[in-house]
Design a protein around this ligand. Structure first.
Ligand SMILES: C[S@@+](CC[C@H](N)C(=O)[O-])C[C@H]1O[C@@H](n2cnc3c(N)ncnc32)[C@H](O)[C@@H]1O
Length: 215
């Protein structure tokens, strides 16, 4: 297990240029909970699929990632668009100190299921947010999805744990859970922007996005 992160880095290095998976519902969610004055932190920012499109709508976006190729690509894309309010940091969210404090919002898409120390990460996110009202929008995988089965058999290591445990970690850290959105029963390509609202089916969704507030 010591080397699982090397595998995660190697995998993402390969896709730094071709990974383009921005989706409108995630951007709309970021817009809903931020303002023109908000400072955001993107955990696992990758090549900027979300940092870049949200940057015109907020004051500043900090992006952190431990994959050098992804950050390099983000820099290229940022320069091509003359964006000057994104600042990136090369670090591992589980072992390094965060570069900022008191941010208005932390968000993370398609990343937290690559982290085995999820309870520690949630506590870190809580600490980075400004007191009273700091918001986090955090996407997790789901233990009971086809994706979990697939990644265990064929893919990069993922740590999809029971959603109820994640909820418990959130509450223990001091967060109030505002919303839980379940997305994608089948791969993204087919049901892109359709939340799964059926009470039985949502337990099998690939992705669960938590919206939580620091009390
Ligand atoms: C699938 S990509 C998602 C990138 C971006 N959030 C998006 O949705 O387009 C996952 C990213 O998380 C980063 N990552 C995974 N574990 C990390 C960790 N422990 N610390 C920092 N970055 C990490 C990877 O390097 C990769 O760039």
């Amino acid at each position: 297990m010591a080397n699982y992160k090397d595998e995660v880095i190697k995998h993402h290095d390969k896709y730094a240029k071709s990974y383009n998976r921005c989706s409108e519902w995630r951007i709309n969610l970021l817009k809903k909970y931020s303002t023109k004055n908000s400072v955001l932190l993107d955990i696992g920012c990758g090549n900027g699929n979300f940092a870049i499109p949200i940057s015109p709508f907020v004051k500043k976006v900090y992006g952190i990632d431990f994959c050098k190729e992804m950050l390099k690509e983000l820099d290229i894309r940022k320069s091509a668009k003359n964006i000057d309010n994104i600042e990136t940091h090369f670090l591992d969210i589980t072992t390094n100190k965060m570069p900022v404090k008191n941010v208005d919002m932390v968000y993370s898409f398609s990343t937290l299921y690559y982290i085995s120390e999820i309870e520690t990460a949630i506590k870190q996110i809580y600490d980075i947010l400004k007191p009273k009202g700091g918001t986090a929008i955090l996407e997790f995988g789901n233990k009971y999805s086809i994706e979990n089965y697939w990644s265990k058999r064929y893919g990069v290591p993922q740590f999809n744990i029971n959603i109820n445990y994640i909820k418990e970690y959130m509450v223990n850290a001091g967060f109030q859970v505002v919303d839980m959105l379940h997305f994608q029963l089948i791969p993204e390509f087919f049901d892109k922007d359709v939340p799964v609202n059926n009470n039985v089916l949502k337990h099998f969704a690939f992705r669960v996005v938590f919206v939580v507030k620091k009390l």
